[in-house]
Structures are given as C-alpha cells and as structure tokens.
Design a protein around this ligand. Sequence first.
Ligand code: SF4
Ligand code: SF4
Length: 125
Amino acid sequence: MAELVDKISELSGQNLDACYQCGKCSGGCPSVAQMDMLPNQVIRLLQIGLPELALQCNTIWICASCYMCTVRCPRGIDLSKIMEALRQVNLRENLDYMKIKEIKEEDIFILPQIALVANFRKQTA
Ligand code: SF4
Ligand code: SF4
C-alpha cells in the first residue's frame, strides 16, 4: 500500500505528510454535505496507509475542484490535486464511476449538456 500512497503523492505533486489535520479544508469545502468522508479524512487515510479506502469514497468524485481547500490550507497543500490523483488511479484501473447507460432518459433532457460532458471526462476511463 505504501507504493500506492507514493503514486498518489507523485501524481498530485503534494507532500501528504505536511497535513496536520487542522480541518480548515473541510470547513470551507462547499460540497462537503454530499461527501461520505471529509476532505481532511481522505488525506488522513493516505497518511495512515489506507489508500484503498480513500479510493472507494464518494468524496473524490463529489469534489468540484474549486480550490477553496487549497486556498485555506495553512500548510500549502493543494488538496484538489490529491482528489484528482485519486480519481486518476481509479480511472487507470478502467473503473468507470459514471455508467452512461444508467443515466435516466428524463435526466439527459434536464441536465445541462456541459455538465454531462464534464462528468464523462472526469468520471469515465
Ligand atoms: S487545511 Fe491543509 S493542513 Fe489542514 S487538514 Fe486540510 S490539508 Fe491538512
Ligand atoms: S477542491 Fe474539492 S475538496 Fe477542495 S474545497 Fe473544492 S470541492 Fe472541496
């Protein structure tokens, strides 16, 4: 698992050990109500060697890459890049998070097309 954590650190370019769990990232995250794990908890899982749990949470897909956490972090950690690295690791395993065939037809007509395209890019391998 250490290799996987190193890979996430390499892909994101972030020093995971720099995080001291102050929670300022989670406190400012606008998407946190929809997440099953707080952003700082995702980093903590990586710090304690449980990357597989970080890869399974919905937080990494809910993250809107808005950079609020990045701006608030007193340690200069770009958490949005860590979220992106976790998504990349999943997608490299050809694990699609969004199943195109499972989108309801009525939703396709309601959802903005740009949102659908952006999600296809972000959530499919
Ligand atoms: S704001 Fe930075 S140091 Fe604080 S918990 Fe979040 S990532 Fe860690
Ligand atoms: S980049 Fe993601 S984790 Fe960070 S504040 Fe925005 S939505 Fe939350």
